[in-house]
Design a protein around this ligand. Structure first.
Ligand code: KE4
Length: 429
C-alpha cells in the first residue's frame, strides 16, 4: 500500500489547517504516522486518496450506520437541495424528523434540533440548570460530551488519545461547577450529593464509547437514576453516540433506564450536521420561546440535514438491522479473541450491539482507569497492520468501532484476515 498522496496533502494541509485536520482525533497522534486523506466511500467501503480501499469500521464515528451513500438518503438529500439550502424559518421536514425522534424515545415529548453533539449537550446541561434552578453537574471520568468548557475535564475521546487532563483556555471558573465521578461506581456519585445540594444534574453516556466501549455493570444505571432524582436532580443521557446505534431509540430504553433529558447527534443526521436535545413537556417548556432558557442556531433544522435524518431513520427502521449487528458484532469479537489467544496477546473486547473495541490489557475494563491499563503501543502496531490489510479503524485505543448495515460476509473475511496478521505483528513486539 502506498500513502504518498495522503502524505502530500498532509504537508499541504499543515499550511492553513491546524495539524492538517479539523478534529484532533483524525490526526493519528496516538498511533504515529500521518493522517490518511479520504477521497470517497460507498456502502461498507472507504477509499483514500491513494486509491487504497478499506472496510470502514469508523463510519464517521457513528453516523453512517446504513453504510456510505445509501440510495434512500442520497435521493432525499438531492430532492431537498432542489427546494433551497437554508431559510432561517421553519419547514415541514423539522416536524417530520421531530416526530420520528420523539416516537423512538417515549419519554421525549419535545425535541430541539441543533448542529452537533456538542451543541446538544451544551443545551441539555443548560436546560438541567434552568429546570432545577441549581448549578453543578456531575460527569464521569472517561466520558466525552463534546468540547464545551464545562465538560472538558477528565474527558475521553481525543483528550484521552492525546493524554490531555483537560483543555488549555478553559478558565477555572468554567469548571468550578463540574464534579467528577467514576463510571460504574455509585458511591463516587453519592458522596457528591452528600456534600452538595446545588447539583442540577448528572450526565452520562449510557454506554461509554469514548474511553473505548465501557458497559454499565449490574444495576448501576437504574440505581444512578434513583439516586439522582431522589436528590432533586435530573439524569442527562448523552446518546449522541448510542442513539439509534444498538436499538431503534436509545441505549437507555434497551437498558431499562429512562433519563430526564436526552442528547442526540451522529446517526440522527445520517452524516449531515444534526444534534438534538429533548425531554418531557414540563422540562422542555423551559426552553425559549416558551420559557426563559435561551438557545438558538442559524442552521438549526437545516432542510438538507433534516432530509438526511428523516431518510436515514426511516430506512434504519425499515431495515431493523439490530439482530444482524449483534451477529456480526459477536463474530468480530470472536475473531479478535481467537487471534489474541492464537498469538498469546493479552486482549479484552467490550461490545454493545454494533459498537465495540479491543483493549490490549488483561484487566476487565469497566471504567476509565481500567481502560488506561491498555497498551497503546500495541494498539498502534495493531492499527497500522489493520490499515495495511484493508481495514479502517479509529486511530485511537479510546474510540469505539462501529458497524454498518452494508457490511458483507466478504468484509468479515477481510477483517478476519487482517486481524490475524495484525495480532501476529503485536505478538512480535
Ligand atoms: P460532536 O460535537 O463531535 O458532533 O459530538 C460530541 C459528542 C458528544 N457526546 C458523545 C457521547 C460523543 O461521542 C461525541 C463525539 N464523539 C467523537 C468520537 N468519540 C467525535 C469524533 C471527533 O471528535 O472527531
Amino acid at each position: 500500500m502506498k500513502f504518498s498522496t495522503s502524505e502530500k496533502l498532509y504537508q499541504k494541509g499543515l499550511k492553513h489547517l491546524v495539524g492538517a485536520v479539523n478534529s484532533p482525533v483524525r490526526a493519528f497522534s496516538s498511533v504515529g504516522g500521518n493522517p490518511l486523506f479520504i477521497k470517497k466511500a460507498k456502502g461498507s467501503k472507504i477509499v483514500d486518496v491513494d486509491g487504497n480501499e478499506y472496510v470502514d469500521l469508523v463510519v464517521s464515528y457513528g453516523p453512517m450506520i446504513l453504510g456510505h451513500r445509501h440510495k434512500a438518503v442520497e435521493k432525499a438529500a438531492r430532492k431537498a437541495l432542489k427546494n433551497g439550502y437554508s431559510f432561517g424559518a421553519s419547514t415541514e421536514a423539522e416536524i417530520e424528523l421531530a416526530k420520528i425522534v420523539c416516537d423512538a424515545f417515549p419519554e421525549m415529548d419535545k425535541v430541539r434540533f441543533v448542529n452537533s453533539g456538542t451543541e446538544a449537550v451544551l443545551s441539555g446541561i443548560r436546560l438541567a440548570r434552568a429546570y432545577t434552578g441549581k448549578d453543578k453537574i456531575i460527569k464521569f471520568s472517561g466520558c466525552y460530551h463534546g468540547h464545551q468548557d464545562a465538560l472538558l475535564v477528565a474527558a475521553g475521546s481525543g483528550l484521552a488519545t492525546l493524554s490531555l487532563p483537560g483543555s488549555k483556555g478553559v478558565p477555572e471558573g468554567a469548571v468550578k461547577n463540574t464534579l467528577i465521578a467514576e463510571y460504574n461506581n455509585l458511591e463516587s456519585v453519592k458522596k457528591h450529593f452528600e456534600n452538595d445540594d446545588n447539583i442540577a444534574g448528572v450526565i452520562i453516556e449510557p454506554i461509554g464509547g469514548n474511553m473505548g466501549v465501557v458497559i454499565p455493570q449490574n444495576d448501576f444505571l437504574k440505581d444512578l437514576k434513583e439516586l439522582v432524582n431522589k436528590n432533586g436532580a435530573v439524569l442527562i443521557a448523552d446518546e449522541v453516540m448510542t442513539g439509534f446505534r444498538s436499538t431503534f431509540g436509545g441505549a437507555q430504553e434497551k437498558l431499562g433506564v429512562i433519563a430526564d433529558i436526552t442528547c442526540l447527534g451522529k446517526v440522527i443526521g445520517g452524516g449531515f450536521p444534526v444534534g438534538a436535545y429533548g425531554a418531557r413537556n414540563e422540562i422542555m417548556e423551559n426552553v425559549a420561546p416558551l420559557g426563559g432558557m435561551y438557545q438558538a442556531g442559524t442552521l438549526s433544522g437545516n432542510p438538507i440535514a433534516m432530509a438526511g435524518g428523516i431518510s436515514t431513520l426511516t430506512e434504519l427502521k425499515r431495515q431493523n438491522p439490530y439482530e444482524k449487528f449483534d451477529k456480526i458484532g459477536a463474530a468480530l469479537e470472536a475473531i479478535l479473541l481467537n487471534a489474541a489467544k492464537k498469538y498469546s496477546v493479552d486482549l479484552v473486547v467490550n461490545r454493545f450491539g454494533s459498537m465495540m473495541n479491543p483493549f490490549f490489557t488483561k484487566s476487565k475494563v469497566t471504567n476509565f482507569k481500567e481502560a488506561q491499563t491498555s497498551d497503546t503501543q500495541k494498539f498502534a502496531v495493531f492499527f497500522w497492520e489493520m490499515i495495511k490489510n484493508g481495514v479502517f479503524l479509529p486511530p485511537s485505543q479510546f474510540e469505539a468501532w462501529f458497524l454498518n448495515s452494508a457490511i458483507s460476509n466478504k468484509d468479515i473475511k477481510i477483517i478476519a484476515n487482517a486481524t490475524d496478521k495484525a495480532m501476529l505483528a503485536v505478538s512480535k513486539m
